[in-house]
Structures are given as structure tokens and as C-alpha cells.
Write a protein that binds this ligand. Structure first.
Ligand SMILES: [Zn+2]
Ligand SMILES: [Zn+2]
Length: 263
């Protein structure tokens, strides 16, 4: 289980990380050893688990092979047995892509595995991959961009209402490549926070955004301040796709959260 208390900013945690089981570059063993060497107290591995309810997406190129979920969990259990000690805990997670059409069945399917936690994230508007590349955004009309953002937040509301997710991934992801005015969707983001408040959910400060075209964390400071007001717990994550990035941007992230009120 992955839990911590509001308004505490958990220290020594890094729980949104990918390996070569999905679209990351390090092996499970490499990333787990690196996390322990770096002095993390709690390392969570959360490879992508994407089951679109319709054809036409590029999910096969970045999701784990769903038929091998049991092997993934078993490999992590083995590493847990080898590496865990009183100072280091390894959590078995998944970053689950939320599709309103099948999320109920997907959760039932995943609850059969001894997972420590699941992240609820949205990466698609229909078959359009929100965070794949700037190329896919650059020729869209303003209306098309607006439609994708609204579908994104519609789906995120569904994710936020589920009590099974430890937290919601990268809340304001559509800003990633710098094509939209993120402030335009502030109310939509706040609505997601209101739903999380009801469902008992949490969010992450995801530092990967610092290094993308948007040049800021997900979500924006104004949204973090609203999360603080609503007493929504927050965790700092790197969304690392290689072992070296497990704690990338964490000092800056902590300062931002303190600015928002968290301790
Ligand atoms: Zn993601
Ligand atoms: Zn991720």
C-alpha cells in the first residue's frame, strides 16, 4: 500500500517510474538497485498498462504486454525479497490508462494481482495521444485542441471518482508541448480536485514537466494551491523513464509545494 498524510510531503519516496517493461530504458533490476543506492526509502515501479476499448491507438508501442502482467509482478516480488530492508521499501505498481468505457472491468482484472498501488492517468483523447509528440499538436486548429483538452478532463473526472487509485498522474498533461493556454482549463482542473476530495484521492507533483516544452511541473502552482485548500494529499514523483531520473527536480518540487502550503 502507498499512503501518506496531508499536508505532509513524503520524503524519500519516488513512486511514478517506468522501466523497459513499458517505455522506459532501464531494467527492473537496474532501476530498483539505483533507487536503493540513491537512498530512497520508498521506490514504486509503475509501468504503463494500457487497454484501449477500441482499435486505432498506438498503445502497443508504449504499454507493457498485458498478457505478461503476472510475470512483471513476479519479477518485482523477487526484487522485493532481495532488496528490501528496514530502510528501503519497494512497491509494485502500475500506471493504468483510464478509459471510461472499460475502467470498471480493468480494475477488477488488475485486482487479481498483488499490486501495492495503481496510478490513474489519461493519455488519450479518442485515439489521439495527448503526450506523444509536438508534431501531432502543431497542425491542429484551436477548436481541435480545445476538444482534446475537454475530452482529457472528462476522462480525468472519471479517473478521479475511482477510489482504487493511489493518486492521479500528471493532472494538467495537455499543456506538455506548450500549444495550449493552460489557464483556460483551470476550472476543469479544479473540478477534478473537487471529485478527488469526495473520493478520497490524491495527486502527484510530477517533475517531468520541468524538462518539457511547458517548462513547469504538472500540475501548475495555482492548481497545487487549490489542492492544498481542499486538503488533498500530494506526492512528488519524477515519472522517470531511466534510473538516473528517479529524483530529478525533487528539491525544486518541494519548494513549490511549500509555497502552496504543504509541509
Ligand atoms: Zn503518464
Ligand atoms: Zn508515467
Amino acid at each position: 500500500m502507498l499512503t501518506w498524510n496531508y499536508p505532509e510531503i513524503p520524503a524519500g519516496f519516488s513512486c511514478h517510474n517506468h522501466t523497459s517493461w513499458s517505455d522506459g530504458s532501464g531494467t527492473l533490476e537496474e532501476i530498483c538497485r539505483k533507487g536503493k543506492d540513491m537512498g530512497l526509502k520508498v521506490l514504486g515501479i509503475s509501468d504503463h498498462w494500457v487497454k484501449p476499448p477500441f482499435p486505432g491507438t498506438d498503445a502497443d508501442s508504449w504499454s507493457m504486454d498485458l498478457s505478461r502482467t503476472g510475470e512483471y509482478v513476479a519479477a518485482l516480488q523477487k526484487l522485493k525479497a532481495e532488496l528490501e530492508d528496514e530502510n528501503f521499501k519497494l512497491l509494485i505498481g502500475l500506471e493504468v490508462d483510464v478509459f471510461p468505457e472499460n475502467i470498471g472491468e480493468v480494475i477488477v482484472e488488475l485486482q487479481k494481482f498483488p499490486l501495492d498501488y495503481m496510478i490513474g492517468s489519461v493519455h488519450y483523447s479518442g485515439t489521439f495521444a495527448i503526450d506523444y509528440s509536438p508534431e501531432s499538436w502543431k497542425d491542429l486548429s484551436e477548436k481541435e485542441m480545445d476538444d482534446h483538452c475537454n475530452v482529457y478532463y472528462d476522462k480525468l473526472e472519471v479517473a478521479a471518482a475511482r477510489s482504487e487509485f493511489a493518486f492521479i498522474g500528471h493532472l494538467d498533461l495537455p499543456k506538455k508541448f506548450g500549444f495550449i493556454d493552460n489557464k483556460k482549463y483551470f476550472r476543469r482542473a479544479v473540478k477534478v480536485l473537487d471529485i478527488l476530495k469526495e473520493s478520497g484521492g490524491a495527486i502527484e507533483l510530477n517533475t517531468a514537466g520541468f524538462y518539457k516544452e511547458c517548462t513547469e511541473q504538472y500540475p501548475a502552482l495555482e492548481i497545487l494551491q487549490q489542492a492544498y485548500k481542499r486538503q488533498i494529499p500530494v506526492i512528488i514523483n519524477a515519472d522517470a523513464h531511466c534510473p538516473e531520473h528517479l529524483m530529478r527536480g525533487f528539491d525544486q518540487a518541494r519548494r513549490l509545494l511549500q509555497q502552496a502550503g504543504y509541509k
